[in-house]
Design a protein around this ligand. Sequence first.
Ligand SMILES: Nc1nc2c(c(=O)[nH]1)N[C@H]1C(S)=C(S)[C@@H](COP(=O)(O)O)O[C@H]1N2
Ligand SMILES: [Mo]
Length: 179
Amino acid sequence: MTTAEKTLRLTLGFALAAGLSACAGARPVREAAPEPAGHGGHASEPFAPSPFAVPLDAATLAKLPRETVQAAAHGESLDCEGVALDALLRATGALPADKLPGPQLARYVLVGARDGYRVLYSLAELDPGTGKRRALLVDRCNGAALGEEDGPLRLIAPEDARPARWVRQVKSITVVTAP
Ligand SMILES: Nc1nc2c(c(=O)[nH]1)N[C@H]1C(S)=C(S)[C@@H](COP(=O)(O)O)O[C@H]1N2
Ligand SMILES: [Mo]
């Protein structure tokens, strides 16, 4: 074997080893450094920081399209209206407008209520380009504004098989990168 052939074999060997270790997930997945909130939420722009508190003020919600949802819980049927959670996440920069970048597949959406109840969704399950699971933040059901017991904001995920992840008295929505 000539020196040139040996060099080629060595080079190929290293390239193969490097490729295999990358495929085996040897390199840790890292997100971009946290950035201040308030960017436009496009994939080309920096990720929202983690944790990211999604604004729930009336002015933010009023800018989003209204949607309706029919849902049933414990034999009671509900006709509700409010905003789509993915639209809220996008408008506030918590969800990119384009394809969800790989590192954001490890993000979760924590919904907290005034009574201390908490539930999780994954960001990817809510992303219209990935899990496409429908969830709405509603403020009116069966023709009336929600009262203190249920509202003023209630999260409804009509595709869930039981309403355990519907959240009454929504107080906060926080997007977090899993540790
Ligand atoms: N804030 C809050 N939301 C909540 C709960 C709760 O205890 N507190 N219970 C959950 C459960 S277990 C169910 S089954 C549904 C429906 O409860 P409801 O029929 O009492 O509204 O609400 C969910 N949302
Ligand atoms: Mo429940």
